[in-house]
Design a protein around this ligand. Structure first.
Ligand code: SF4
Length: 493
């Protein structure tokens, strides 16, 4: 009988120590995206970054990390959806793309984190240079720019919001904590730990002071009971509760992104504390002018940006505005309903006589003009019935506001000729066709930086640092665009 043989296999020995020969250049293939990022960053003038380095040749101290490598590292990390400095540092140990960039060195997460937020001015300069490169490659024309905003959650929870009384109590407590720590002198802990605790207490006090300052600012903008209801976050005092696209509310900032329609390059980026887009278009155009040296010929926005003031402003800037023409009458339907005025007695039920410049009410009484109100793009003429007529009228309960003592008033609005022309233009098929493409182009970069860069929530607190995070994400977006439209086709011939 044949003896059964035992299979012979390779034994895995996890106790052994091994040394390997690694070709850093061979870690990534020729068409790897990390090479595109490295090449693009190498085309930019980084002298402002190098000027800030204190370590010099022949001097003492550790050499600084090369800014070209650090910029490329962050751009590569964002392109892979990594925005945590600790995670980037960990990936430097094992991921070929990161290892190729650093030459197998591991960058400490403190250095990465500091580099990301410490160079706002330099990063803005880099973004401007980037737009120059993209323009030279023909990727930016500024013939048509699509502009849109997107809410990004702040590094704060909704539960961190407090009213004035609680905020001031927290501030007092924070001040007391700092005072006690400074008076305590020598502690029974290591000096480094004691200093870290003192620093944390001071930072907490500064945040509480900032929260109280923000609260005062917001209260000044409101008054009475509204002012008393104001709440500010103790974690990120500059964050505001904003309505989210998917429903619900959360502490957020509003990123304003302008996209050139020719190839989808981002040509302007800003961050605001405002939860609404109204009034954000003019600053966005100023940013583009600052970055590119000229304004776009045409800008396309959604209804959130449209107001007659904006229509007039863009006409003055000679920028062609495309957006939905939402007629905003001086007396909105819902306003009348709130006042308790029945539907049959809204402005449409009153007949205007242009010869006499009067209105006639449903009960046949005359309303005479008693005043005029000027607003941007619109003049409102106010007409009022005699108080005696309305007092005796059987329809008073349906026609006049609940607490009104005067006769019923209505308004007639006359639009500025520029606004009228703009409304007519937006009625044309050509304008409507341009507007139909808006969402596809304008919303793509907003979705990309959230999906690809995982920028759904900021890691830093405060609008300044959060603004830098958005800038990094937009920088990465444009590098990827360049790699796809210029670098890769050149590689493949
Ligand atoms: S309340 Fe005054 S305005 Fe209204 S229907 Fe009567 S008379 Fe006319």
């Amino acid at each position: 009988m044949k003896e059964q043989s035992v299979a012979r296999v390779v034994v895995v020995n996890r106790q052994q120590m091994a040394m390997r020969v690694v070709s850093v250049e061979g870690l990534v293939e020729a068409g790897h995206p990390v090479r595109a990022i490295w090449e693009f960053v190498g085309r930019l003038d980084l002298s402002r970054f190098y000027e800030r380095i204190e370590a010099v040749e022949g001097g003492e101290g550790r050499p600084a990390w090369d800014p070209r490598m650090m910029i490329s590292l962050w751009a590569y990390a964002y392109s892979r959806g990594v925005s945590s400095a600790r995670e980037v540092s960990r990936l430097c140990e094992c991921d070929p793309g990161y290892q190729w960039l650093t030459g197998l060195q591991v960058v400490n997460h403190h250095s990465l984190s500091d580099f990301r937020v410490a160079h706002k001015g330099e990063l803005e300069g880099l973004f401007t240079q980037m737009l120059g490169v993209l323009s030279n490659e023909g990727l930016i024309t500024l013939e048509r720019v699509m502009h849109d905003g997107t809410k990004i959650k702040a590094c704060a929870s909704g539960k961190s919001f407090r009213r004035e009384g609680r905020l001031r109590a927290h501030l007092e407590k924070a001040r007391e904590q700092v005072r006690l720590m400074e008076e305590a002198g020598e502690e029974e802990v290591a000096p480094r730990l004691a200093e870290a605790r003192r620093r944390a207490a001071r930072e907490h006090q500064q945040r509480m002071e900032q929260a109280v300052r923000e609260l005062t600012r917001l209260q000044e903008a409101k008054n009475g009971e509204e002012g008393e209801k104001v709440r500010v976050s103790m974690t990120d005092p500059e964050a505001r509760i904003m309505k989210q696209a998917g429903g619900g509310f959360a502490p957020s900032y509003n990123a304003q992104i302008s996209t050139d329609a020719a190839h989808g390059a981002i040509v302007g980026v800003g961050l605001t504390k405002s939860g609404v887009d109204q009034g954000e278009l003019e600053p966005a155009l100023e940013r583009i002018e600052q970055e590119m040296g000229r304004l776009p010929e045409q800008v396309v926005v959604d209804g959130g940006y449209i107001g007659w003031e904006t229509v007039l402003a863009l006409d003055g800037m000679q920028v062609d505005l495309i957006g939905p023409a939402v007629e905003r009458g001086p007396q909105q339907e819902e306003q009348l309903v709130r006042k308790g005025i029945a539907k049959g007695f809204h402005a449409a039920a009153f007949t205007y006589d242009p010869q006499q410049d009067t209105f006639t009410c449903p009960e046949g009484k005359i309303l005479k003009r008693r005043g005029t109100e000027e607003a941007p793009g619109r003049t409102s003429y106010i007409y009022e019935a005699k108080a005696a007529d309305c007092l005796q009228c059987p329809m008073k309960g349906q026609c006049c506001s609940r607490n009104g003592k005067n006769g019923r008033s209505i308004r007639r609005a006359e639009l500025h000729p520029t606004v009228k022309d703009w409304i007519d233009k937006m009625g044309t098929e050509e304008a409507k066709a341009i507007y139909r493409n808006r969402a596809q182009i304008a919303e793509f970069p907003n979705a990309w930086i959230k999906a690809k860069c995982c920028l759904r929530q900021f890691r830093s607190r405060g609008i300044h640092k959060a603004g830098i995070e958005v800038m990094w994400a937009c920088f990465t977006y444009n590098v990827q665009l360049w790699a796809r439209l210029c670098w890769r086709p050149a590689m493949t011939g």
